[in-house]
Design a protein around this ligand. Sequence first.
Ligand code: GLU
Length: 519
Amino acid sequence: MTNNSVKIKTRFAPSPTGPAHIGSIRTALFNYLLSRKLGGFFVLRIEDTDKERSKIEWEHMLLKSMTWLGFDWDEGPIMIEGQESMFDNNSYDIKYIGENGPYRQSERTEIYKKYLQKMLDEGHAYYCFCTKEEVEAQKGYLMSIGESPVYKGTCRNITKEDAEERIKQGKKCVIRFKSPEKHKIVFEDLIKGKIEFDSETLGDFVIAKNLETPLYNFTCVVDDYEMGITHVIRGEDHVSNTPKQIIMFNALGVKPPIFAHIPLILGQGKKKLSKRDAETSLEEYYHEGYLPEAIINFVAFLGWNPGTEKEIYSMKELIEDFSVEKIQKSGAIFNSEKLDWINGLYIRKKSIDQLTKLCIPFLIEANLIKRHAAGTYLTVDTEELIPTYKIEKSVALYQERMKKLLEIAEFTDFVFKKDIDYDKSLLKWKAMTEEETIVSLEKSLELIRSIINFDKENIEKVIFSEAEKMPNRGDLLWPFRVALTGKQSSAGPTEIAELLGKEKCLDRIELAIKKIKYA
Ligand code: GLU
């Protein structure tokens, strides 16, 4: 596949018309992996020819998403150093790296103009003055006789002088590519194999509205050529663009890149991918607490499979094991439960220190803690200093359960809040009456009071030895745990009691008793 003397060059060429999502990141990833695997280059190019829909904000978001996910590129726009903080609302200064810039198509008009003029001069393209209505009528007629509804070249033979004269007179026109007649366009797709198109099905398509306004298929060809792109991996939805691009490369007298069209991403049961999964932005994944490593690992498996049991891959390992041959031909299935599972796995791989650092922004966002001087934190409710080891302990208690970092706030809010809110019926274990629940809670109160050295071992000794005496351990442990957390499920009661400290435990149990008695 590769020529050892020439380094391969791939590119990711998104249109900044919306946020980056899983589908676009997959295209970026496969191109990235291929270039890194073969020691080549990776280019990021912004395809903003659609002026109405392209926005600089989307471009910034895209750069942030890619930076967050751990991509690096050899050419293209990058955010100026020191600004690569995550998804905040700042706007960013951007510079280009690489020698083939600018890397925004909107800044390459002069380059395209040169190539358009060359195509016109050499007779590969021509000005077309047909009105929209005329073109539509022609297409309608062709359909009625069972032919492809394409532009058949009415204006093909207008001479250059005639065309220039009409333009001078202010006649509206577009620039069309002169497709070769009765010609088979064949290319070997690295994933799909041999693909054939008949040039008759393309017709003479529009490549520019005018010299200053080229359209996607044309700009893409010029850029892939000018930037020395050797391999193009992109979504299957671009297959129909490929023959058009190939005949334009031919017209320029240059070799087209090698194409690989990746299968669509489908939803469960091979249905169309849900709007949510298709459109969830990377920023949203970030805000829900997905880790970049988990997203990369998940996305890699959307259509690629190493053919082994191994499912957990770092970016480095992906680079080592990636090959286009292992991209599957059929649609990739998006399974959000699998993403959660992988994310949970990466969460469990973190050290407590790392995980706490990642969770703190979520606790702040949930208004449970706030930053204080020099890396310390206060609870929002009572403005008490909350030692880092306490945050770490809270995080550690839930490391096993967390699927997304966002969940930390809901799991541990009882640690940071002054008052917890829950329904008193939750305090009852199975068929317990209110009276029995009060008796149980009063027992806990007495036991907690009796513990001098309030650590997990002592709490466990005292509480469990009493619980074992009951007909069912839950008779003591359930009301006790709910009183401390206000939650149906949580980590174990003794760890929680230790984390809260004696005073807070006593307050909460007393409150629970009052809740039953008076609420
Ligand atoms: N700008 C195109 C898109 O975002 C990509 C074109 C290509 O990869 O050739 O769909």
